[in-house]
Design a protein around this ligand. Structure first.
Ligand SMILES: NC(=O)c1ccc[n+]([C@@H]2O[C@H](COP(=O)([O-])OP(=O)(O)OC[C@H]3O[C@@H](n4cnc5c(N)ncnc54)[C@H](OP(=O)(O)O)[C@@H]3O)[C@@H](O)[C@H]2O)c1
Length: 278
């Protein structure tokens, strides 16, 4: 209850006008990666009420099939494509599959997070490779391949990012934060060029969202967080407004604090690690 109040204050959600959203997305083809669970699943359910075509990507075939079945009576045409986005051959296979299709919007949402101390990662280079493969290389590969199609349709790329990439780094999150920051930087570098090609770029810098991604981190059980439907609503707003980004209202003060109090923040991280090691 207290957490819900706090999360409403910290992350107020403004629903977009659904009829205007429906107009904007009318007959559009939208790719949503990571559509089987969490934010991507919630977004698929919202957009299913619009007369558009949704192409849903994720690994878990049965879950995608269930979603497709549950949405079969809705307005949207739902297509599913089971894929492991860490696998380049599978991405190529998907790209061949949509070769002759019009694509209007790419929502880069699939992601994987790892929370692990470096001292437990000494023999786990694969943690860093896996997060980069999914959270960075797969997203770049999809963007590069789809740019010509998005150019033709005056399309949009939406990146589902995390607010952490704009703030001071946090202990234990090296693999995840580095990979999310990598794609954020890539897209920020590319955005002027892409916007010159008439492709809109939008990034949702989301705070914590209560999905299975954060379940293993017990510390987050008592921290204010969005519900997946609220995060999906933020993405819907970006689809309607085509704005450059969503950030919580407190981002700029938090960024300032990240710079001004960086030495203190580093000390807090240091003592947190020390206490955990005792
Ligand atoms: N939860 C948060 O607190 C939070 C905060 C800020 C930003 N985000 C970002 O929001 C996005 C969605 O995360 P979520 O919280 O909704 O997590 P989630 O519930 O775990 O969903 C992640 C989605 O990505 C898919 N996925 C994972 N690995 C994949 C792979 N190798 N190939 C294809 N699809 C894969 C998953 O489906 P399968 O397992 O079926 O493949 C699932 O549909 C992520 O990019 C995450 O970084 C999350």
């Amino acid at each position: 209850m207290q957490n819900t109040f706090l999360s409403n204050v910290l992350f107020p959600i403004f629903k977009p006008d659904f009829s205007r959203l429906a107009q904007r997305l009318h007959h559009k083809t939208i790719i949503i990666t990571g559509a089987s669970y969490g934010i991507g699943e919630a977004l698929s359910y919202i957009l299913a009420d619009i007369d558009c075509r949704l192409i849903l990507l994720a690994r878990t075939t049965e879950k995608l099939q269930t979603i497709q079945h549950q949405l079969s009576t809705k307005k949207a045409q739902i297509e599913i494509f089971p894929i492991d986005l860490r696998n380049n051959e599978q991405i190529d296979h998907f790209l061949n599959h949509i070769e002759h299709n019009q694509i209007d919007i790419l929502i880069n949402n699939a992601g994987h997070s790892i929370c692990r101390p470096i001292m437990q990662s000494l023999h786990r280079l694969h943690d860093f490779e896996r997060t980069m493969q999914l959270n960075y290389f797969a997203q770049v590969k999809l963007c590069l391949a789809l740019i010509p199609k998005l150019q033709q349709t005056l399309g949009q790329i939406i990146n589902v990012s995390a607010i952490n990439v704009l703030l001071a780094p946090t202990v234990n999150w090296a693999a995840y934060q580095a990979s999310k920051t990598a794609f954020d930087q890539w897209l920020r570098c590319a955005s002027a060029e892409l916007e010159n090609q008439n492709i809109k770029i939008s990034t949702a810098y989301l705070p914590l969202v209560r999905t299975r991604m954060i379940e293993p981190t017990k510390l987050y059980d008592h921290v204010p967080a969005l519900q997946p439907q609220q995060a999906a609503t933020i993405i819907c707003r970006l689809l309607l407004t085509r704005k450059h980004h969503y950030k919580p209202w407190w981002t700029i003060p938090a960024q300032l604090a990240s710079v001004l109090f960086n030495p203190i923040w580093q000390k807090i991280n240091y003592f947190y690690v020390k206490r955990k090691q005792c």
